[in-house]
Design a protein around this ligand. Structure first.
Ligand SMILES: [Fe+2]
Ligand SMILES: [Fe+2]
Length: 353
């Protein structure tokens, strides 16, 4: 099926203003894409030729970009979407025309899913984008209200979790996952601070050179994790939670000092138990990253889960080498390390590309 879908609106405002809106697409200052109601548009790097990403289940990369004038995205998914969509800023004799143009050839199931599912949602989304442009320049809104069919589609999609490739179109899922991602990253960011401070005391408190070296290396890895998580929070336009930071500082310093007065066993046991929680925390964060269309974080989050798995394994082995572990029940062992990516892969939505 050959598809040509055009939405445009004429404004009184000059073209430069719309050019600036276009250039800020997918950035923290984006005022064009209606991410309040729809999956956010995200790319793996700043807007420019080759930037790869998309919005929810619709995947594309920047094929051509003329700053302030036009940008063309070429689809890479869903399967059967062969073509492009673009934003075009066109100066008129008195004002500007802002156009969104989608041209493609569909094949296979896309020839049904486009007219039945994607087009109604797409049309509603693009009209809202044009309304966002109108809001930015103080001109009247003109998007029609959502039709009952669009509302129905959104309701169905929300209920049917298994159809995640479409579910990306429901803002509720994406928005809620994004909020959960930010919360869990804030939690992890402060958790790494507490861990870093605690291990700084821990490795200095042990006398065995091999243990000192390993725990020192673990401390360094926690600081590295903290830097990575901090970068993700910044990219999401979020910040660490100051209350959690204060608490983590207190806990970390107390634990670090405690290691010097405690015997060998309790700090090893406490560390291992905490590490097992960290594995699950990063796995959960990777799930929220996927569900909030922040796929660029997934690999890093799963790698951090794997590193936490190694930390847990180390402390577990140390604890189990001690006679006290025959009296004190050791926390449940996590599944094998390979399971982290395997279970994540099987829980992932069917990728449309
Ligand atoms: Fe860590
Ligand atoms: Fe750790």
């Amino acid at each position: 099926m050959i598809v040509r879908n055009e939405h445009h609106r004429d404004f009184r405002e000059k073209a430069e203003t719309f050019g600036a809106l276009l250039d800020a697409l997918a950035s923290p200052h984006d005022r064009l894409w209606p991410a309040n109601n729809w999956p956010p548009m995200r790319f793996d790097r700043p807007l420019g030729i080759g930037a790869t990403g998309g919005a929810g289940p619709i995947r594309y990369f920047v094929e051509s970009y003329s700053p302030g004038r036009s940008i063309v995205f070429r689809f890479t998914g869903p399967q059967g979407f062969d073509g492009t969509h673009s934003f075009i800023v066109e100066p008129l004799s008195a004002g500007t025309r802002l156009t969104h143009l989608l041209t493609m050839k569909t094949s296979g199931s896309a020839s049904f899913s486009w007219p039945l599912i994607f087009r109604p949602l797409h049309d509603a989304l693009v009209e809202e984008a044009l309304d966002r442009a109108a809001t930015a320049v103080g001109e009247p809104l003109a998007a029609p209200p959502w039709s009952s069919y669009v509302r129905l589609l959104r309701a169905i999609v929300r209920r049917r979790g298994r159809q995640r490739r479409i579910a990306g179109f429901t803002s509720m899922d994406v928005q809620q996952s994004r909020e959960k991602l930010i919360t869990i990253l804030q939690f992890a960011y402060s958790g790494e601070l507490a861990a870093g401070l605690a291990y700084a005391g821990h490795w200095r408190s042990v006398s065995d050179p091999a243990e000192r070296a390993r725990i020192h290396a673990i401390e360094d890895e926690e600081w590295h994790h903290r830097a990575l998580v901090g970068g993700m929070l910044r990219e999401l336009g979020a910040a660490p939670d100051p209350k959690r930071e204060r608490r983590a500082t207190m806990i970390g310093r107390t634990l670090g000092a405690f290691c010097h007065v405690a015997t060998w066993f309790p700090p090893m046991y406490g560390a291992g138990k905490l590490e097992s929680r960290n594995i699950r925390e990063y796995e959960a964060a990777a799930g929220f990253a996927r569900d909030s269309a922040n796929e660029q974080f997934i690999d890093c989050l799963l790698t951090m889960a794997e590193v936490e798995w190694e930390h847990e394994a180390y402390f577990r082995a140390r604890v189990e080498s001690h006679w006290l572990s025959r009296i004190v029940k050791v926390w449940p062992a996590p599944p094998p390390k390979e399971e982290i990516r395997r279970t994540f892969g099987s829980a992932a939505p069917t990728a449309p590309h």
